[in-house]
Write a protein that binds this ligand. Structure first.
Ligand code: SF4
Length: 269
């Protein structure tokens, strides 16, 4: 990928000491970063997946490529017409469907435990605290005798409470919770996966010493909310294609003009 805009972007001043950069400049660089990445990768398409599908996909994506995640998810959807059927199937059979994504036994266990917990919640009165009146009755009707394996009750919940609920599910960490809530319900949460974490530090948006939780908070603070999806998806694409973990291709990078990493790493401009 040629850095056609890189030289022109030199006009965005990158502070020699990025730690001393005024917040307004960090905001400018981040907005520039979003624009540049959209110029290369475009705006992310809507995934069109429901929240439970997103949850299952994100568990499947742990420690594997997106191609393998997609294959494993397609296998599950082909084999099981609904999540209750998946829950009723033997573990070994489910694991066979997702073998291509690795860690099949662990992921099967996590997926089934998470689905079971969601189902159990659907048949408990507890969920009445977030879903009320006619909507609750309609959801209970749809749930029928099998309980409710959906997360639609989170739609109007407070984002923090929704996140806390998802974090109680087995196999669900902060990144998975944020992915589900951002992409299914457009809640203002910014998932920090391994690529977002690495690139946002190299780009000087997050201090090296910050924890993942702190990184998430900082990025949510400095990224315009309507750009959370774009920033998240395109940073991942860029991390896979150009700013790789071991060997970032800074000379070919469209972000070079706004990134302090090459200078820090002693590369010539
Ligand atoms: S470290 Fe290099 S490859 Fe990564 S964003 Fe900065 S300039 Fe681009």
């Amino acid at each position: 990928m040629a850095a056609t805009n890189a030289d022109a972007d030199r006009d965005v001043d990158v502070e020699a000491d990025i730690d001393a950069e005024p917040p307004a400049k960090t905001h400018d660089r981040l907005r520039k970063c979003v624009d540049l990445l959209e110029g290369v990768y475009g705006l992310p398409k809507s995934r069109g997946s429901g929240p439970v599908d997103l949850l299952v996909q994100t568990i499947l994506s742990q420690n594997t490529t997106s191609a393998n995640t997609h294959r494993a998810f397609e296998n599950l959807k082909r084999k099981y017409p609904d999540y209750q059927t998946l829950l009723d199937a033997p573990d070994e059979e489910v694991a066979r469907q997702i073998r291509c994504g690795g860690l099949a036994n662990i992921k099967t266990k996590r997926i089934k435990e998470a689905l079971e917990k969601i189902r159990a919640r659907g048949v408990r009165e507890e969920w009445e605290v977030v879903v009320k009146g006619a909507e609750r009755d309609e959801m209970a009707r749809k749930a029928g005798k099998t309980g409710m394996i959906n997360l639609d009750f989170l739609k109007d919940a407070d984002p923090k409470e929704a996140r806390d609920y998802l974090l109680t599910l087995p196999g669900v960490g902060p990144k998975t919770a944020a992915v589900v809530l951002l992409f299914a319900f457009k809640m203002p949460l910014l998932p920090v996966d391994t690529h977002v974490n690495r690139l946002s530090r190299r780009l000087g948006f997050v201090p090296e010493e910050a924890s993942i939780d702190e990184a998430e908070r900082i990025l949510e603070e400095i990224t315009p909310q309507d750009k959370y999806c774009s920033f998240h998806v395109n940073l991942i694409r860029h991390g896979r294609a150009v700013c790789k973990a071991r060997s970032p291709s800074c000379d070919e990078c469209v972000l070079r003009g706004i990134c302090p990493y090459p200078d820090r790493a002693g590369q010539k401009g």
